[in-house]
Structures are given as C-alpha cells and as structure tokens.
Design a protein around this ligand. Structure first.
Ligand SMILES: [Fe+2]
Ligand SMILES: [Fe+2]
Length: 242
C-alpha cells in the first residue's frame, strides 16, 4: 500500500494461457510485483480449461509477491475441470471467487462472479417462451444474485467487483454488433447500483472499449489483455489507484 493510503490494484483478464506458454507470464508477474499491491484476473485464465494450461499459468503466478484474486471465464469451463483448476490455482494462493469475496491488505474488498450474457438495456433477453430461453436467462439471474450476496457480505469501505462478462453495453462497443448480447448483460448492473463498488473489472470482450459507467456512474473497466495491448501501447495489465 502507498503511504497516502491508496491501494495499487493491477488488473488483467483473458490471459488465455496455453500449455506450451512456459515463461510467457513471468515478466508480467515481475512487473506486477514492482508496480502493484495486488492483482485481479477477471476470467479466461486458460485457453481451453485444460489442467496442463492452468499448471503452466500457476507456475508463473507462483512468483507473485502480492495477493491475487480471480474469477473464471467461459474458456475456463471448456474442459469440464473447474474444480481442479480452482484447486491448482489455490496451491499458488490465487483466490478464485464465485459469489464470494476476498479482502486484500485488510482494506480492499473484492467480490467476484463469472457473470453471463443476455444482452443490454432494452434489448435484454427476457425469460419468455421455450425452456431453453428461460434457462439461459436464469443463468444470468443466478449470477446477479450471487454477486448481490457477495457484496452484501463485504464489510469494508473500499469495494471492487470482478466479473468475466460485461455488465454494461459501453465496454463491449467495438465488438461485432451481432456478438454483443453474448458478451454480457445489464442484469449484472442491479447489484452494482445497490452496493456501489468503487470500480468494476471485466474481460471477455477482446475488441470492446476500455471504460464505461453504469447508469448511476460506477466506473466499469474492460481489462481484457488483447484490448490493453491494442489500445494501451501493448500494455499487459493496468494499475488502478484505489
Ligand atoms: Fe477471452
Ligand atoms: Fe471469455
């Protein structure tokens, strides 16, 4: 923590680590150790949710000297090995959040969920008609309820939220318009507006926009690595002073 009480939080999503990428994230970990007091990873840690991929990533994250919290992304679910992924990351002290929270340095609370798609604002998918549509919408409702529960338990002044999917349309702007309903949903904004975290970090929209705000004005940051590299001079992560 800096002398003035601010917490320097590093954030990057969508690492998409592959099995053969030994060493790819070593430099990133070194830089985070030097520039930040903590690190958050909002999902798509691995490329296909494979055990060998998460082992490769854990090898690098084991070098962190600051606390680290993550949520999983859709890619991390692809291999059907979520429990094992969480366990392997836990071995190197990465806390994987799913409707719960972590506290860094006794001052910064982090609530996390994966989130889900379903579209934004007036174009948000409604639970109407076929069971498959209702099940799709229910997944987003469940994620929103999990986030609400996680935030309700956080008893610190400084709160941030991690999610993989986007809670607002603004940070997916730039993506193909047909794809946007699958990149997030406004259903995730209700708990944000109720509990007013100081910032929200997500990924998933590799070609979206860097920043936006909820209707109430809560800042939302898309920290997908491909986006940071494209729009922030090849940066691998962002550091936020909170
Ligand atoms: Fe991704
Ligand atoms: Fe994703």
């Amino acid at each position: 923590m800096a002398a003035n009480g601010t917490f320097r939080l590093a954030a990057v999503a969508d690492l998409h680590c592959r099995q053969d990428q030994h060493g790819r994230f070593r430099e990133l970990v070194k830089m985070v150790n030097g520039e930040a007091d903590g690190l958050v990873l909002p999902g798509d840690l691995t490329d296909h949710g494979q055990i060998d991929e998460v082992k490769t990533l854990a090898e690098a994250l084991g070098g962190l000297r600051v606390p680290c919290a993550a949520v999983l992304g859709n890619h991390d679910y692809e291999g059907g090995a979520v429990k094992e992924i969480v366990r392997i990351l836990g071995e190197v002290k990465v806390i994987v959040l799913d409707g719960d929270h972590a506290i860094f340095d006794r001052q910064l609370g982090i609530a996390g969920v994966k989130g889900f798609g379903g579209g934004f604002d007036k174009a948000m998918l409604q639970a109407f008609g076929e069971p498959a549509i209702k099940a799709f919408v229910q997944e987003a409702v469940n994620e929103s309820l999990k986030l609400e529960a996680a935030l309700a338990q956080l008893d610190v002044d400084k709160k941030v939220v991690l999610m993989h999917y986007a809670p607002i349309a603004a940070t997916v702007a730039g993506e193909e318009i047909q794809l946007r309903p699958f990149l997030g949903t406004s259903r995730l904004t209700a708990p944000l507006e109720a509990f007013e975290p100081i910032a929200v970090f997500h990924g998933h929209a590799h070609h979206g926009a860097l920043e936006g705000r909820t209707p109430k004005g809560i800042p939302v940051y898309n920290v997908a690595m491909p986006l940071l590299r494209k729009l922030m001079e090849d940066r691998r992560f962002r550091v936020f002073e909170l």
